[in-house]
Unconditional design. Structure first.
Length: 275
């Protein structure tokens, strides 16, 4: 493409890998670009973002180093200013007082550099830093519900793929595709096919009903144990009914994680070949 620079190529690689959830791959691509092209503020921005999204103390330290290096090259880089401001807003004021104090300075510099830009809007991290206890509970509930729907959808897709395979149909997904959904289906078929995984597939497909039945059995078992005098007040025995569904959830989550890793690795290889 005319007008495309080497920095643009690396930025495109970083963006696609970031959207695919490959944080480590983003860092590798950005560092490769820095090693090849020398210091570039845009690539330092991607390197910093690849560390910052991990939300880990060591990665936050590395992100800050990258943000500072990039701003040393371009003090008015909007992406670097916005990303560094969010990192500082997220910092614990007791553990990292210096980093937390820099948030207001960076926000002011961002507004001075481009007051009408999207980056100058109040960072999402500021809202995140000021959320309350009940917001956290609601967020965890939403995440749990989404993961539950992912498990059921994954189990239904697996049943369809098994019927297609058993009926002699060709399943062409996976090997040459960089589509995440295709990779998840191929990985799930590989990991959870076979008669020994039939209970996992069944519970995954009817996860909501399985959770409801398990909770009813928990309540009934604990009530029966109390009324018969086996336990006085509280018993963990009834909650054993939840174990099969928890195991199924963990199994499907592990498959999705493996599929994501495969997808990112394949995408990373494809993008490296194109550049």
């Amino acid at each position: 493409m005319s007008g495309t620079t080497a920095v643009d190529v690396y930025q495109d690689r970083c963006e696609q890998l970031f959207l695919a959830g490959g944080n480590a791959a983003v860092r590798r691509a950005a560092q490769e670009g820095l090693d090849e092209l020398g210091p570039q503020p845009d690539l330092y921005c991607w390197l910093a973002l690849g560390h910052a999204v991990e939300d880990d103390d060591d990665h936050d330290d590395r992100a800050e180093e990258a943000f500072r290096a990039g701003l040393g090259l371009d003090a008015d880089h909007l992406g670097l200013l916005a990303g560094y401001a969010e990192l500082c807003l997220r910092a614990d004021a007791f553990e990292y007082p210096g980093r937390a104090a820099r948030a207001s300075v960076l926000s002011r510099r961002l507004n001075e550099a481009a007051p009408e830009s999207a980056e100058a809007e109040r960072p999402a991290a500021e809202r995140w830093a000021r959320r309350g206890y009940w917001d956290d509970i609601r967020m965890r509930a939403v995440v749990g519900a989404l993961q539950g729907r992912d498990t059921e959808a994954q189990a239904r897709a697996l049943a369809e793929d098994l019927r297609q395979r058993d009926g002699g149909g060709a399943i062409t997904r996976g090997a040459g595709s960089v589509d995440r959904a295709a990779t998840v289906r191929a990985t799930t078929l590989e990991a959870l096919s076979g008669p020994w995984n039939a209970p996992v597939r069944l519970l995954g497909r009817y996860r909501t009903a399985a959770w409801a039945v398990s909770l009813i059995l928990c309540f009934a078992t604990n009530t029966a144990l109390r009324r018969t005098g086996v336990v006085d007040h509280f018993s963990v025995w009834g909650y054993l009914w939840l174990i099969p569904v928890l195991i199924v959830d963990r199994r499907f989550a592990a498959v999705r994680k493996e599929a994501e890793a495969r997808h990112v690795a394949h995408l990373e290889a494809v993008l490296a070949e194109r550049s």
